[in-house]
Design a protein. Structure first.
Length: 373
């Protein structure tokens, strides 16, 4: 979802552009141009590092001074109902869709300061054993060890989890089930020579220290891959060719200096591409120093974070919740990725809540109060 700050920056840019053409447009929002925004306020709100609930709500686009100039249009017809011919199928899809909307609106459970414990229906639950990762993988990728598994097998399947640590654990476990030789790619890390870092003592900033840094948006120092494994791009390489951030691919060739892969999502599905190493600088403002990592801009995508899954439509989703979600809209995002109830299973860990079959849902209801003027 676009932030209030990006929304207002676009307004200033368009006013400056249109000022030279029609001076009256300088005083009109967006220079007199019509802007179309798409989004769902039930989904995850803008991410504000170390921001409070108030900071997150105030960063949403409907907190902008320009929101009063916007006209809100809503979608009212469920197209999935039209694709199901039998009355039983339509009734089941409608019931599931209403449950998802109620969850996103915060109508389920007793809310206390934006949080509530909700009971997940039994048919959506995976019973946890002594090895929960194996349980969630078994549901999502039940035939993964078979040699006949191809790109279509991974196209609309994914495991979703709240944090990067949980995602990494699942990805490494599933990769270990693969047959074939693995290949390891190491990055080359160096301090970024920026003016603001002049004077920083570099004695303690060793190569090993830089290699150990993990940050959202850049690959790890050690990237382990196997042929046939699904991967995800971590930056925009070539938008015209469909190589955008979050594009999913299947590894086909593991060469020393290039990786060949087949695109499995988007408009360029089926195209083969070759990806080389590139210089990447993390954008995380919490890092004490800036550094540059030369590595393939890729990560395994058997599992992905809930935030990364936004915008994707899948048919088979396993949700791994060893701990509860931690911000507005995360639970709504995971249950709304699937096309039907049959494609969704949730594994709730012992730390999620003391009530069996229940987990935490977080909804900042004040966001909805500002949608309509």
């Amino acid at each position: 979802m676009v932030t209030k700050y990006a929304f207002e920056a676009l307004d200033r840019t368009l006013r400056d552009i249109m000022r030279d053409k029609v001076k009256d447009n300088m005083d009109k929002p967006f220079g007199g141009k019509t802007i179309v925004l798409g989004g769902d306020f039930r989904q995850i709100l803008p991410v504000i590092p170390k921001g409070s609930r108030a900071d997150i709500v105030m960063a949403t686009v409907n907190s902008s001074r320009l929101w009063r100039h916007c006209k809100v249009l809503t979608l009212t017809e469920n197209m999935r109902l039209l694709s199901n011919s039998s009355p039983e199928e339509r009734a089941e899809v409608k019931s599931f869709a209403n449950w998802v909307l109620d969850l996103g609106d915060g109508k389920l459970g007793e809310f206390n300061d934006g949080e509530s414990d909700i009971i997940i229906p039994d048919e959506l639950l995976i019973e946890q054993s002594s090895d929960p990762i194996a349980d969630i993988v078994r549901f999502t990728y039940n035939n993964i060890v078979e040699d006949t598994v191809g790109a279509e097998f991974y196209k609309d399947k994914a495991i979703l989890a709240p944090t990067l640590d949980e995602v990494d654990s699942i990805n490494q476990y599933v990769l270990s089930l693969f047959n074939g030789q693995e290949k390891t790619y190491m990055s080359s890390d160096s301090i970024w020579k920026a003016d603001e870092q002049v004077g920083i003592t570099a004695d303690w900033i060793t190569t090993e220290f830089l290699n150990g840094i993990k940050s959202s948006g850049i690959p790890d120092h050690k990237l382990v891959l196997k042929e046939g494994a699904p991967i995800m791009l971590m930056c925009n390489l070539d938008i015209s060719s469909g190589l955008c951030n979050d594009t999913r691919l299947i590894v086909e060739d593991l060469c020393p200096n290039v990786i060949g892969a087949i695109v499995i999502t988007g408009t360029h599905t089926g195209h083969k591409v070759f990806i080389s190493r590139m210089d990447l600088i993390p954008s995380d403002p919490n890092l004490p120093i800036k550094f540059m990592r030369r590595q393939f801009p890729l990560c395994l995508s058997f599992a992905m974070t809930i935030n990364k899954s936004q915008g994707q439509s899948l048919s088979h989703v396993g949700v791994y919740l060893p701990k509860p979600v931690f911000t507005h809209g995360q639970l709504y995002v995971v249950v709304s990725r699937v096309k039907s109830k049959a494609g969704l299973k949730i594994l709730i860990g012992g730390d999620s809540t003391s009530t069996p079959g229940a987990t935490k849902n977080i909804v900042y209801k004040e966001v909805f109060q500002k949608i309509y003027k």
